[in-house]
Design a protein around this ligand. Sequence first.
Ligand code: DOR
Ligand code: ZN
Length: 346
Amino acid sequence: MTDTLRIRRPDDWHLHLRDGDMLRAVLPETARHFARAIIMPNLVPPVITGADAGAYRDRILAALPVGSKFQPLMTLYLTEETNPDDVAAAYASGLIAAVKLYPAGATTNSASGVANFDKVRPVLERMADIGLPLCVHGEVTDSDIDIFDREAVFIDRVLDPIRRATPGLRVVMEHITTSQAVDYITAHDTGLGATITTHHLVINRNHILVGGIHPHYYCLPVAKRETHRLALVSAATSGDARFFLGTDSAPHMDDAKETACGCAGCFTATNTMSILAEVFEREDALDQLEGFASLHGPGFYRLDANDSYLTLTRGAAVTYPAKITTPNGPVTVFDPGFDLHWIVAP
Ligand code: DOR
Ligand code: ZN
């Protein structure tokens, strides 16, 4: 059995770092293993302009452990007032790598997101012209649509019409959770990719709801039934370059998760590479891990793969801390519910 795996250093194509104390607490967890990450802009207030993104990037760089070469790839939060010229200038200067579309009200801090998609058409057209990717939170928010159907309905009602109306727009469907999303991506081969999280490769909706409510498994889009998880595992391990890792590691303080109205988000930055190795090994697909975690994402974003490497070794079961501490309280680390045997070599 293989017990050493050397891969190009991975990147995280969807990450929440927050700000202030939380940023300082969670950033080392990602920077330890990952070379780059696409940084989500859903702060309060959101990162809307190029100036906002520049200031946020400076705060991230200032919070990095000494000597770290981690590179934050910034995004702008798309609003109905976003100025196409500001977006184009931020991209031309190398500051941003993508723009993020949150349907208004879809998830944490998405109140400033888009309700009327016609209003963002000029920005999307400019992005198509300059080749700047749009990262999409793909869920409708209509109250009459069942939460487990929101991603599939979004594809038909929003994503496909946007792509047809804006030829050439490069789109990443973020944190896909359904077989419908996998099928949509595999049926459209130009300018379309998808990120898959670590936790959606591991949990289905039973993990959230059976035997009591498990708030640390609650995220958005919510995990679906097992057939969908299996479709995600098969896409991630297939070698298809349209699928790549975006952890959506989303820290919330435990007291904001373990409450009557708990926040959505799983914190996976700490143990993601160990979990992924276990998942890929179970599928007899360890040889596909490098593509998923380290090669397909740079390919989509038209960047070089990292020139450094990461080595994983297999041994006795490894444990990670159940929580990381922040000055404001603990943040629970995602528990995959099975033993982990792969550890990242120091
Ligand atoms: O579970 C989630 N948490 N999904 C999101 O889309 C946002 C994220 C967060 O910011 O906490
Ligand atoms: Zn996210």
